[in-house]
Design a protein around this ligand. Structure first.
Ligand SMILES: [Zn+2]
Length: 113
């Protein structure tokens, strides 16, 4: 069942406990998967639900953890940088996201794989 492999080391992730920091607030003892080679940590979608639940309980989820960003320009396109804190939440370089507008929100939703 655990077939996820680290894209960098090509070895299987192992069940582990992670700590994530969300804008200065630490959530500890979270079930996660860790690469035994490089230490890369990821969360499965089930584990992510637990993370989200705990973060919500702690009041550090949603708009409260939003960081201010200014839309800049790269070539002709407007671009926005993603805070590094969000990498552990599944939004790392190479992650496919669906981008859409919801009222006054610009939403980046992880594409389900
Ligand atoms: Zn690795």
């Amino acid at each position: 069942m655990l077939k996820l492999k680290c894209p960098y080391c090509k070895v299987k992730y192992e069940q582990s406990k992670c700590t994530i920091e969300v804008v200065g607030f630490q959530l500890r003892g979270l079930d996660c998967l860790r690469c035994p080679e490089c230490g890369d940590e990821i969360f499965t979608s089930e584990q992510m639900e637990v993370v989200e639940h705990k973060a919500r309980e702690a009041g550090v989820w949603g708009t409260k953890i939003g960081l201010e960003r200014t839309i800049s320009r790269s070539g002709r396109r407007p671009v926005i940088s993603v805070p590094t804190e969000y990498e552990k939440l599944g939004f790392k370089v190479g992650t496919k996201v669906r981008v859409y507008v919801e009222g006054d929100k610009l939403v980046l939703k992880r594409s389900t794989t």
